[in-house]
Write a protein that binds this ligand. Structure first.
Ligand code: SF4
Length: 208
């Protein structure tokens, strides 16, 4: 049902471009902070067997949905056709895996030869994943989480020292989540979209 509402939203008058322009600097801040922290640890993601593009990430915002779609629409038609077919297949395999309660890892349809074809438009979680970080949800204590397995192997467990690292290496996701949440709130009000979203990249693509 939500998927149909998003399709309807796609067809509406384009009032979202201002919001998408305002999302760009937030993404740029995330990317800068990520680089700063990665440099501190001297962590370089060179790919791994546990590829995070096979992770079943869910995304929850209309603004990121529309931003990914705006990037998708710039791709040549033949590429979009292939991505769309792959996204359909990923969704089908995911349904089968979910029915059997299997934690199957399936490659994101935007990953071509280990590179994201919509790198500049990738969602927040794709930008933040991998480094040790903290997050403070409203009314709750900050939660610290370790880096990914590749980080752990490459940096020999430095994430365990999170409390002791220099401020430059502290990766607090909270301001990014907050900025996206504020933009999302304003966008939803403007386009009158009140439904919850919980979608993978593949699920988004099949509605584009
Ligand atoms: S959107 Fe790009 S970075 Fe994110 S999972 Fe897909 S291929 Fe990987």
């Amino acid at each position: 049902m939500t998927h149909q509402r998003l399709i309807d939203l796609n067809l509406r008058v384009n009032v979202q471009s201002d919001f998408l322009n305002r999302l760009q600097p937030v993404y740029a801040q995330m990317d800068r902070k990520y680089r700063q922290v990665a440099d501190f640890y001297q962590f370089h993601c060179t790919g791994c067997d546990d590829n995070c593009c096979k992770t079943h990430f869910h995304h929850h915002t209309v603004i990121e949905y529309l931003y990914l779609r705006s990037g998708y629409n710039t791709l040549p038609a033949d590429k979009r056709k292939r991505i769309r077919a792959d996204a359909d297949e990923v969704c089908r395999k995911r349904r089968v895996a979910d029915a059997q309660m299997l934690n199957t890892r399936i490659m994101c349809p935007l990953n071509f030869d280990s590179l994201c074809v919509l790198y500049a438009h990738r969602p927040m979680i794709c930008r933040l994943h991998g480094l040790p970080h903290e997050l403070c949800k409203p009314g709750a204590k900050a939660i610290q989480s370790p880096g990914c397995d590749a980080f752990f192997k490459q940096c020999q467990g430095k994430s365990l020292l999170y409390n002791q690292v220099d401020n430059l290496a502290k990766f607090d996701r909270t301001p990014f989540y907050r900025q996206i949440a504020l933009l999302e709130q304003e966008l939803r009000k403007t386009v009158e979209f009140k439904w919850k979203i919980k979608m993978t990249v593949s699920e988004m693509i099949v509605t584009f």
